[in-house]
Design a protein around this ligand. Sequence first.
Ligand code: SAM
Length: 263
Amino acid sequence: MTTSRQARPEDEATARELAAALGVPFEPRARSIERWIATGALEAVLVVNRENLVLWVGRPAGREELRPERLFFHPSTSVQRVKALLQGGTDPMVAAMDLRPGMTVLDATLGMGSDAIVSAFSVGPEGRVVGLESVRELAVLVRWGMARYPGPTRPVEESMRRVQVVHADHAAFLAATPQASFDVVYFDPMFREPVAQSSAMAPWRLLADPRPVSPEVIALARRVARRRVVLKERKGSPVFGELGAHRVEGRRSGRVAYGVWEA
Ligand SMILES: C[S@@+](CC[C@H](N)C(=O)[O-])C[C@H]1O[C@@H](n2cnc3c(N)ncnc32)[C@H](O)[C@@H]1O
């Protein structure tokens, strides 16, 4: 954990606080991050700067073809999706989850949190969205972003602030959660075969938890969900059949589909 070179005292305080919470060492910034990472001694470096928290991800062992990548929080596609909903449009994820104001959602694969922001917008201030992320560094990055990333529009900012980020493995979290605790439990695991166009997700794939959702996890989720469990996958994926989805929804033209289980 470090800061940018032009860090203000408050940035250094934030970095020290985050480092303590994460149990990782804080080092004052003395050299270039690229060179630091190139030593191979570090897996990742978190950098606090004025506007953002940036995660530099090193090369995993045996993947020398990859370059160190920078990752930072961004509300990404949620901005367009919230705008479309405000203009009276529909969103296939919101439709599959059948979200309405006041509902509670457990987003069990938070990732960058775009889906969770759209859920938070749809359930409104009376609803609740809890997002689970099993990779600690990603959870820290997204928790920072949800709490502090500015805008870009008021509805998106207000929705981000309401997403509660929890660093947890969803199987363990679901097993420890009382039955019928959330209206909807949502999964968007890493696709088995990445969708070609989503190269923006490439750095994410270096760190993300690649485990698929198992039938046992779906069973745990159906116990915790009051209404339904929804899983996003590539359209036509055998996963829906393997996990016994009750039905599959989605836009006819879309590249992804949503498996739905009634609780
Ligand atoms: C495809 S991404 C989710 C993208 C997200 N829906 C969005 O809109 O940005 C999947 C994320 O789930 C996380 N993940 C995978 N398995 C998990 C588990 N068992 N518990 C919690 N998080 C998990 C991965 O680390 C990854 O960040």
